[in-house]
Design a protein around this ligand. Structure first.
Ligand SMILES: [Zn+2]
Length: 78
């Protein structure tokens, strides 16, 4: 299993922001305190809400060098 990254979609500019918090897996994310907090967007310099509806997880593919989305908008996608 590759490296997993948690990302938040900015509600202002729509860009995906890599979360500063490193999650081992999605279970760790949901027990974290990030949900309900605000995250500063480096693209538009605004704060956006963090919740389960505007976040996703990506997992690095070790063989291809790309990544796949494993979780998006409240659903597991893989
Ligand atoms: Zn933004």
């Amino acid at each position: 299993m590759g490296k997993t990254d948690g990302q938040i979609k900015c509600g202002n500019c729509g860009k995906w922001i890599s979360s500063p918090i490193v999650f081992g897996n999605s279970k760790a994310f949901f027990s974290s305190t990030l949900v309900g907090n605000k995250l500063h967007c480096p693209s538009c310099d605004e704060n956006t809400d963090c919740n389960k509806e505007n976040m996703r997880f990506t997992e690095e593919m070790e063989d291809s060098g790309g990544f796949r989305v494993t979780y998006y908008e409240g659903e597991m996608t893989y």
